[in-house]
Design a protein around this ligand. Structure first.
Ligand SMILES: [Zn+2]
Length: 367
């Protein structure tokens, strides 16, 4: 069974729509053999950061529907121990055993319509990127995501409901220092017209550019130095988007059964059809950046580097991590110094963000 989510990454008709490279399913996917070849590598000698790892203060349940199936889906985010990272506990809906699927690029099973973790022919979890973006964007290191369905709930098509849930339950610092992945050498990836580069940078920067023929989108670029404040204010509310004709096509194929104006920005030719319009003037590129944050969370730790993508999508995002991990000289672990209790970012994770007014929708969104 194919993965079922829909993302505007995938629309064929446009210059940037390069995600429907059918056939990309990790042939040698090692779902239960997560590559940890350098996990025990000694951290580099440039331990300048002082953050500790974080997890949630308590469990929290989030309910919604899957964008593909239209069926109910619920997740429970649980606190998790230091060093465990983000792991999905996929509850079996049949006779099969429940399965733990670490959120790691080695476990990516499909990237055509969304990012899928696990084996698409067996137990898998689809549309993980918006949840992962929220966890990474809000700087939450360790979480166990219990899920009873094949798709993470699409909610409003953005990361905002997950951010709200994280804030509601709160986060707590753990004793272990945060473990970063520092990019040491530039790596590149491309397919079709899409290309990406991940290069050394003393921070976490995303630089995303898209170029669609539709005048409703056109050419857009957004650059963000990632902090929880920036993520919550400038990125988290950006919704996935798609074209009306594409939605009809996907529905005819049995996909996108759960998609609607409530969880997608819908475009017809040069018009946005949602009554409320856009949440940001350049909501499209911000959503692509959101996707990139979620997909690159599959590095397994917070990245120190600059990621630039042009006309990218889930496949390209996955490819750049594969390129990074292809050579151990490309990266190293870097543990934050633990002597000081000072977060990397200027506000504690989960703290109220005081700039919300600036991130209100251009016009009130329907969702
Ligand atoms: Zn998305």
């Amino acid at each position: 069974m194919r993965s079922g989510c829909r993302d505007a990454d995938t629309i064929l008709h446009f210059r940037c729509a390069l995600e429907l490279a059918y056939g990309f399913i990790g042939a040698d996917m090692t779902m239960f053999d997560v590559k940890m070849t350098a996990q025990n590598k000694t951290a580099g000698n440039c331990t300048t950061r002082t953050a500790r790892q974080t997890t949630l203060k308590d469990s929290i349940r989030i309910e919604g529907i899957g964008v593909h199936s239209g069926n109910p889906s619920s997740i429970v985010l649980h606190p998790a121990k230091s060093g465990s990272g983000i792991t999905f506990l996929r509850k079996s809906d049949g006779d099969a055993m429940d399965q733990l699927i670490p959120a790691h690029v080695d476990n990516v099973g499909d990237t055509r319509l969304c990012t899928v973790l696990g084996n698409p022919e067996e137990l898998y979890v689809a549309t993980v990127e918006h949840l992962l973006a929220a966890l990474r964007g809000m700087s939450v290191d360790n979480v166990l995501v219990e899920i009873d369905a094949a798709e993470v709930p699409v909610m409003d098509g953005s990361s905002r409901p997950f951010v709200d849930a994280i804030r509601e339950v709160g986060t707590t610092r753990q004793s272990a220092p945060r473990r970063y992945i520092r990019v040491l050498r530039e790596v590149n990836a491309s397919h079709g017209q899409a290309h990406a580069v991940l290069r050394p940078h003393d921070g976490t920067r995303f630089d995303v550019e898209i170029d669609f023929e539709s005048p409703a989108i056109g050419r857009q670029r957004f650059i963000a130095d990632l902090t929880p404040e920036v993520f919550a204010k400038d990125i988290s509310r950006a919704r996935t988007f798609g074209f009306l004709a594409e939605a009809k096509q996907l529905r005819a194929m049995g996909l996108a059964q759960g998609s609607s104006f409530d969880n997608s920005v819908v475009i017809d030719d040069d018009r946005v059809l949602n009554e409320g319009g856009l949440r940001y003037e350049d909501e499209f590129v911000r959503h692509k950046l959101l996707d990139a944050i979620g997909d690159l969370a599959l590095a397994g730790s917070q990245l120190l580097g600059e990621y630039k993508s042009v006309c990218g999508g889930h496949k390209l995002n996955s490819m750049i991590l594969e390129a990074l991990f292809a050579d151990p000289r490309n990266w190293c672990y870097e543990d934050a110094a633990s002597a000081e209790d000072q977060p990397m970012f200027s506000a504690p994770v989960g703290a109220p963000v005081g700039l919300e007014a600036a991130s209100q929708p251009v016009a009130a969104a329907k969702a």
